[in-house]
Write a new protein. Structure first.
Length: 244
């Protein structure tokens, strides 16, 4: 009996077709439905939200409010309807407030500079900060100074030719918005400075103050309002010096 090559080809083609249909059927069985895919994605998001929530809780325990605030805001934004977001929202406003206060305190602390070194035959210790207004080249420096020979003093140090003040003058100042006039005088040595007459009272009041404004007149700049953000002052960093 002669076997037709066409018959062999037909059988092979039919077999291939059956294998293809079986593979497609198997693939259809392994492909998740849209509902299953949505559930899986939702579960992944819930797992990720819970993972970040655990980290948020750890930051709270460590009292790291700034990191906790950033993470809490991200959880609420990325997973707004999650249980994790609901838990975070119960504490986040307070955490954000504490984080803001911590950042502002760090900024204010960084405004102050503390130095100790030799000065004209003695040792000088200073705590100083520049005015936030005016700033730049026109900024005026508020200086607390202790010197082994000259003792303690508080003065403003500007640029140019200094301040306008005849004899004992009065600087109109405000401490946290409350009037606090200051008596001042110019140094006889000609530096562009103005000394506060009662340095002890000034320092005592300044330690309780976050913002000091002073209305002064500059010899080459007219009348100016000076603003000093004094809230970051740390008295422990202003070193004492012995008397010479």
């Amino acid at each position: 009996m002669i076997r037709s090559p066409f018959r062999h080809a037909f059988v092979a083609t039919a077999a291939s077709g059956l294998l293809f249909l079986a593979a497609c059927s198997q693939q259809d069985q392994n492909t998740p439905s849209p509902q299953d895919a949505a559930k899986a994605q939702a579960q992944q998001m819930a797992d990720e939200a819970n993972r970040q929530l655990q980290t948020y809780r750890q930051m709270l325990q460590m009292k790291n409010d700034e990191m906790a605030a950033q993470l809490g805001e991200a959880i609420v934004k990325q997973f707004p309807t999650s249980d994790a977001a609901k838990e975070v929202q119960q504490t986040l406003p307070d955490v954000e407030q504490r984080a803001k206060e911590a950042a502002d305190k760090r900024r204010l602390t960084g405004l102050w500079t503390y130095q100790v070194g030799p000065m004209e035959g003695g040792t000088q210790s200073t705590a100083s900060l520049y005015s936030s207004r005016p700033g730049g080249d026109r900024a005026v420096r508020l200086v607390l100074r202790r010197h082994t020979q000259w003792g303690q003093s508080v003065f403003l140090f500007g640029n140019g030719h200094g301040f306008v003040c005849k004899g004992n003058c009065t600087i109109q100042a405000q401490f946290d918005g409350k009037p606090h006039p200051l008596r001042a005088f110019l140094p006889t040595t000609g530096e562009p400075a103005a000394f506060i007459r009662d340095d002890k009272a000034f320092i005592t009041a300044m330690e309780k103050t976050k913002r000091i404004t002073m209305d002064v007149e500059m010899q080459d700049g007219g009348k100016q309002e000076l603003v000093f953000e004094t809230g970051g002052y740390d008295p422990s960093k202003w070193q004492a010096v012995g008397k010479k």
